[in-house]
Design a protein around this ligand. Structure first.
Ligand SMILES: [Zn+2]
Length: 466
């Protein structure tokens, strides 16, 4: 029997608003602990929340970019639970009337262009951060104490929930890459996993190919990179396949990958929505975004990365297109003339390896370099790329496949060295022929070992004999 993975994602993204969701504390990541707090985000009795208008607008922006319908009325609910990172005893979130519903994101891949349904994108506040001390890598296991940093409490958070429409680990990775690039280009989040401003959980189940049943799923939490997520999903699919093929049953469970960074209450396997006793937040009126606001935000949307990936995938292939767009190098790619594949390869390999700022490179000069490939004068290369702030970047990588053997390139270097060492030149001409090695060494040093020694020897002998 062939098994088909059924994968859904739940993604949390911090909005990079200046202030928190319901108070005027600054959103901060690296400030000293508990220095960005106030009575509202510390839940002192009598304090009242006021929604952040920018966070609402940005959530609408993201919803529109994901093809969602923007609700005419959205309601904040209290999600009740006890945990040290949750000072109020509840989180203000959205429940049955979220701000954005029913979207989709098309993710080009080698097997076509799967459309991933977006169930909802809603707005909520983040919890504080539990910091476990006295254990390896901040893990909860073996910790001697757990401290709470409330700087994060109340940071605006968008939760995006997809339908279980993804059918492979690689599609899930491409979806996450595209979603991340989309929020970054919309300017609403840094979406940096290291900082915790982008986090995601993955639901995985499998079923016989062709069936439409939904079997018991497991949840993979706190994965720390897209590549790692793809590996973890693949491993989980294989594990479930093994269980079913041995006649067993998959049990519903949560698999934590990075203990110590959790922000949600620990889920027990039987925990369900009713356990949170959701009810409408009595201190906030429903959100009713005016149609003019929604239309203005829609009109301001830039060309989205998904559309650019589609366009480039037709020309290249889905993975290269995704890599170019999600690395932000596609703008340069589109402006560099020449063979498309060669340009893409250089941008994705040497550029990535050298960490070059694509925005600083002159596309015309760069196109000439790619065309000239084996015969480019080193000076031209350096000149063209000097603007990137890393002179000589990729000269080694790029020219590594051939030695400098062109006499028109080497001659000026040889001349310069002879001129700078006139004393040795006179001595050589006076009979000290052993100095030839000295000159060769100088040329090699000047060219960082790239010069063809045979050609250099010939040139030097010729010039020294005249
Ligand atoms: Zn506050």
């Amino acid at each position: 029997m062939t098994w088909e993975p059924v994968i859904g994602l739940e993604i949390h993204i911090h909005l990079k608003t200046r202030t928190k969701m319901f108070c005027r504390c600054e959103v901060a990541y690296s400030e000293p602990e508990n220095t960005r707090t106030c009575p509202v985000c510390l839940a002192h009795p009598g304090s009242l929340p006021v929604p952040n208008a920018k966070a609402v607008e940005w959530t609408i922006k993201l919803g529109l970019a994901l093809g969602c319908r923007i609700a005419e009325r959205a309601v904040f609910h209290r999600k009740n639970y006890f945990y040290p990172d949750n000072p109020k005893g509840y989180q203000i979130s959205q429940y049955d009337e979220p701000l954005c519903v029913d979207g989709r994101l098309v993710v080009p891949g080698p097997d076509g262009e799967p459309e991933v349904g977006i169930v909802r994108a809603h707005l909520e506040e983040d919890a504080a951060k539990n910091v476990h001390t006295g254990s390896a890598q901040g893990r909860i296991a073996g910790a001697s104490a757990t401290l709470v940093d409330f700087n994060r409490a109340g940071t605006p958070l968008v939760e995006i929930v997809t339908r279980p429409d993804l059918r492979s680990a690689d599609d899930a990775r491409r979806f996450l890459q595209l979603l991340r690039q989309t929020v970054v280009e919309l300017g609403i989040s840094d979406a940096e996993m290291e900082k915790g401003s982008l986090r995601f959980d993955v639901n995985v189940s499998i079923r016989p190919q062709g069936s439409d049943e939904l079997r018991t799923r497991t949840e993979l939490k706190n994965l720390n990179s897209f590549a790692f997520a793809a590996k973890a999903i693949q491993r989980e699919v294989e594990r479930q396949t093994g269980i079913y093929e041995a006649g067993g049953e998959v049990e519903q469970e949560t698999l934590h990958f990075e203990p110590g960074t959790e922000s949600a209450p620990p889920l027990r396997s039987k925990e369900e929505a009713q356990d949170y006793r959701y009810f409408p937040e009595p201190d906030l009126v429903p959100l009713q975004p005016p149609a003019e606001l929604v239309e203005r935000v829609r009109a301001e949307l830039p060309e989205l990365p998904g559309a650019r990936i589609m366009r480039l995938a037709a020309e290249l292939d889905p993975d290269t297109a995704t890599d170019l767009v999600t690395s932000g190098r596609d703008a340069l790619f589109e402006r560099v003339p020449g063979d498309r594949r060669a340009v893409a390869n250089v941008l994705m390999n040497q550029f990535a390896a050298a960490g070059v700022d694509a925005a600083a490179v002159d596309p015309e000069e760069f196109g000439k370099l790619i065309e000239a490939r084996s015969r480019i004068p080193r000076e031209r290369l350096i000149e063209a790329l000097a603007a990137s702030g890393t002179p000589g970047f990729l000269a080694d990588d790029y020219l590594g496949d051939g030695l400098m053997a062109d006499t028109s390139e080497l001659e000026p270097i040889v001349d310069r060295i002879l001129e700078a060492n006139s004393g040795q030149v006179e001595a050589y001409r006076g009979g000290k022929e052993g100095l030839l090695g000295f000159f060769v060494g100088q040329v090699m040093r000047e060219t960082q070992g790239k010069a063809d020694p045979k050609v250099v020897n010939e040139l030097l002998r010729e010039k020294l004999s005249t």
